[in-house]
Ligand binder design. Structure first.
Ligand SMILES: *Cc1c(COP(=O)(O)O)cnc(C)c1O
Length: 419
């Protein structure tokens, strides 16, 4: 089936009531048929509901629908994008291991990988997403994951999937892509040879800034890369915390299963059924919305590019963007709603952010409501001048998340703010 059909129907089979809308199963627990049924569920002889920290019928529809849109084998929902990223890391790495992470990633991913997991004994080695061959100098036998973003937030770089995947595959390392900005509508990393995809569902998935959530999706046959692979011994040896279960022996998608059985069980960042229901509503219109976000962002980028006060516009849909060709190759249907542009000074940038009326001053992206952010005074305020330079954040840089208002109104708003 095509994506617009999947977005509306995938993963939902009506119960006896025939309910058209997916019901919200607002419950913590589920009654077993009898003691044997309960035992079978715990032993994975039968799959079924046990407790909402592990699974929930509403969340199940969200997971199945998202996996279908990402062309993956299975998915597991989490309480936030950050917990999805943490679980993807914690599922493969432990004390003494390292992970290879692109320098150009979301701020929370930078602090998670650069600070928090260091205290768990996991080292992060950073590579430039614009120069994937750096991975070759960083990799060793303790490397467990290559993590990068398809379209980077906030620097708006474009990942060269082919090059990154070729290196990771040579060393038999799992690749994990944060596909939040591109969404499964504009890019499917699993069809480009990547192994695992993570998302913040808080952004384009709800599409209206309604709830915090995340999801991890794995490709079909990921077991082929893991089975017998010494990097991932814990998937190939009996798991003492699950009475000797060997994940790579199961006929099930093992990466998300292990997140569910071990990490959701023990760490518990599970989505609320109500929030899963909100993501399901959002997914129904995601293909339509991503087309509009992309069209409006391109129109605005073109307008800004010819404005005398604008020094530079970063939007991969523009022919002038250094990654335009890669963007056409990997995001042919549109390049999403995120763009940034530079004016001369910090003062000028702040004045523009103060003057826009439709674009609201907020640190978020992927909302139907347009958003303006001045990174140097907010998200990147704590960085030194050199760190700002490395992160590609000039004092006069402004980031826009283009919403679903009429693009002519949005351009008029920027025109009056630029003066
Ligand atoms: C927002 C965001 C995250 C974090 O997601 P939360 O749902 O806010 O925890 C991760 N990656 C990217 C690219 C994001 O934009």
């Amino acid at each position: 089936m095509k994506e617009q059909t999947l977005a509306i129907h995938a993963g939902y089979e009506k119960d006896a009531q025939g309910t058209m809308a997916v019901p919200i199963y607002q419950t913590t627990a589920y009654q077993f048929r009898d003691a044997d049924h309960a035992a079978n569920l715990f032993e994975l002889k039968e799959l079924g509901n046990i407790y909402t920290r592990l699974m929930n019928p509403t969340t199940d529809v969200f997971e199945k629908r998202f996996a279908a849109l990402e062309k993956g084998a299975a998915a597991v929902g989490t309480a936030s994008g950050m917990s999805a990223i943490f679980y993807a890391i914690a599922n493969v790495a432990e004390v003494g291991d390292n992970i290879l992470v692109a320098k150009q990633v979301y701020g929370g991913t930078t602090t998670l990988t650069g600070h928090t997991i260091k205290r768990f004994g996991i080292e992060t080695r950073y590579f430039d997403v614009n120069n994937p061959s750096e991975i070759e100098q960083l990799v060793d036998e303790k490397s467990k994951l290559v993590l990068f973003e398809s379209i980077t937030n906030p620097s708006i770089d474009v990942a060269d999937f082919e090059k990154i995947v070729a290196i990771a595959d040579r060393y038999n390392i799992i690749t994990c892509v944060d596909n939040t900005v591109a969404t499964p509508i504009l890019c499917n990393p699993l069809t480009l040879g990547c192994d695992v995809v993570v998302h913040s569902a808080s952004k384009y998935t709800t599409g209206q800034g309604l709830a915090i959530g995340g999801i991890v999706v794995e490709r079909t046959n990921l077991v082929e890369k893991i089975k017998g692979n010494l990097r991932y011994a814990h998937f190939n040896e009996p798991d003492a915390s699950y009475h000797g279960l060997v994940y790579s022996d199961l006929p099930l998608p093992l990466f998300t299963l292990r997140i569910r059985l071990a990490l959701l069980r023990d760490l518990g960042a599970a989505p609320s059924p109500f929030n899963s229901w909100l993501y399901i509503q959002g997914l129904e219109t995601l293909p339509l919305r991503m087309r509009q976000h992309s069209d409006s962002a391109l129109a605005i980028a073109r307008y800004l590019e010819q404005h005398p006060k604008v020094k530079k516009v970063n939007y991969p849909g523009l022919a002038s963007h250094p990654k335009h060709e890669l963007a056409q190759k990997y995001f042919p249907k549109g390049q999403s709603g995120l763009l940034s542009f530079e004016v001369e000074t910090l003062e000028e940038a702040k004045a523009i952010a103060n003057k826009t009326e439709i674009f609201k001053l907020v640190v978020n992206i992927g909302d139907s409501k347009s958003i303006i952010t001045h990174p140097a005074s907010t998200t990147h305020q704590q960085l030194s001048a050199q760190e700002l330079k490395d992160a590609g954040v000039a004092p006069g840089l402004i980031r826009l998340s283009v919403g679903l208002e009429d693009s002519e109104d949005l351009i008029a708003d920027l025109a009056q703010a630029l003066g």
